[in-house]
Design a protein around this ligand. Structure first.
Ligand code: FMN
Ligand code: FE2
Ligand code: FE2
Length: 412
């Protein structure tokens, strides 16, 4: 990767990481960029770090070199967020550079000690505090707790009006050296990052949607001309576009989301599977798009993305040992933990003798306070009959109509 100029006195340094599971669990087939920034006044500040997944900051040091900088030129290290994807380079950095000051939030202090054994030379800042780098370059800080850890803050360069919000406004997806800015990308490429942003949001940020909404309000109160996040591309031409996308996604957690239906289904011997197509056809007959995922074949990362974006969810799964088909229970548990609430939903499935999937579904919804609004379920013994299929079609139509009314705001 190469260091690039964001705007006068502000540089972007970055590393693309692939062949990993992000947070140890989310696939990133198109990789993910981890961004760091340098802001130069008379003094020089490094905002968040960048390193390989192994914590070695070779990428960072090479990019210093390209800019004609050495580690000794760094006066301040600003840590917006202590998660190791942004701070993992500190161990190696403190070995080669002494005498720099760390600028971070109060709540970051115990984390700095716990992760890196650092307790000296820390300047704690809170919302409204500033740091004067000289030459008319003043940085301001804004706490944005829980986007994504409690200590998270954003840094704002008052001169170029660039916001450095770390995880907020980020996305998955590797970024090309020669096109790290929205104004250097074609519309199709920006759309790619927006799709990766949706999945990133669903996987990383959804649980913190309320905190994110507060952070967005703080962002809107500032005169922001450039958004330079810790992951993904920098928004220079149209920062409003990424603010709108995040506003939309944060709203989806409580619903309504899009007028679409996610269909999640799992089946051992194909009995429940016989019901999937009729339901999908019925939903789509109402002009409502579906996103169909087989469980457990589909990674939960993509399932979360679909469920976050859809106002309606169909769940098809059989009974297994008096409970629900276990991989579906695991998926629902994760959806509930991500606090994706208030969906219009419908469940169907096959059983052999006693059933039990339905009871567990109710338990999960209750335990995780999901408040999903379910239509009457359709359960069939073994293979579905013609009547069962007809009933499934009826429910599909009913769900699609309900989803449309809710998502389009035409409910009385
Ligand atoms: C391992 C296993 C455990 C099952 N446990 C139950 C059960 O506890 N109660 C029940 O009513 N049916 C149970 N069944 C029967 C299935 O629910 C039934 O075969 C159903 O048709 C499976 O649907 P599928 O082909 O979509 O997986 C079990 C089946 C299997 C294979
Ligand atoms: Fe994070
Ligand atoms: Fe991150």
């Amino acid at each position: 990767m190469k260091a690039t100029l964001v705007t006068d006195g502000v540089y972007r340094l970055s590393a693309n990481v692939d062949n990993i599971l992000f947070e140890g669990m989310w696939p990133v087939p198109a990789g993910v960029a981890i961004n760091s920034y340098i802001v130069k006044g008379e003094k020089c500040a490094l905002i968040d770090g960048v390193c390989g997944w192994d914590g070695v900051p070779e990428t960072l040091l090479a990019q210093f070199g390209e800019m004609g900088l050495s580690v000794d030129d760094i006066d301040y290290v600003i840590l917006n967020h202590l998660e190791p994807d942004h701070s993992g380079w500190l161990d190696a950095f403190k070995e080669i550079r002494r005498g720099f000051a760390i600028v971070t939030s109060e709540r970051a202090k115990p984390l700095l000690e716990a992760f890196y054994g650092i307790s000296d030379n820390i300047r704690l800042v809170k919302s409204g505090d500033t740091l004067d780098l000289g030459n008319g370059r003043v940085l301001a800080f804004e706490e944005i707790p829980n986007v994504h850890w409690p200590e998270t803050m954003a840094t704002y360069d008052t001169r170029s009006k660039t916001l450095f919000p770390c995880d907020a406004f980020g996305s998955f997806g590797s970024v090309a050296d020669d096109a790290p800015y929205d104004d250097t990308l074609q519309e199709g490429q920006i759309r790619f990052f927006e799709r990766e942003m949706e999945r990133y949001f669903a996987n990383i940020v959804t649980t913190f949607s309320v905190a994110t909404q507060k952070a967005i309000e703080k962002t809107k109160a500032l005169d922001v001309r450039i958004i330079a996040p810790g992951h993904g591309i920098v928004w220079r031409r149209d920062p409003g576009r990424v603010i709108d996308t995040y506003t939309r996604l944060a709203g989806y957690a409580k619903g309504p989301a899009r007028a679409e239906v996610a269909v999640l289904w799992g089946s051992m011997y194909g009995m429940t599977a016989l019901g999937v197509q009729p339901v999908v056809e019925a939903v789509e007959s109402q002009g409502v798009r579906t996103r169909v995922h087989r469980i457990p074949e589909t990674s939960i990362s993509y399932v979360l993305d679909s469920v976050l974006q859809c106002s309606g969810v169909v769940l098809g799964m059989p009974t297994y040992e008096n409970k629900m088909f276990p991989p579906m229970a695991a998926v629902l548990d994760e959806i509930g933990r991500k606090k994706i609430a208030n969906r219009r939903a419908f469940r169907f499935g096959s059983y052999g003798w006693s059933g039990g999937a339905q009871k567990e579904l109710a338990e999960i919804d209750e335990r995780l306070r999901m408040k999903w609004d379910y239509l009457e379920p359709v359960e069939f013994k073994g293979r579905p009959t013609g009547d069962d299929i007809a009933l499934l079609r009826q429910r599909g139509v009913e769900l699609a109509r309900s989803v449309r009314r809710w998502a389009l705001g035409t409910e009385s």
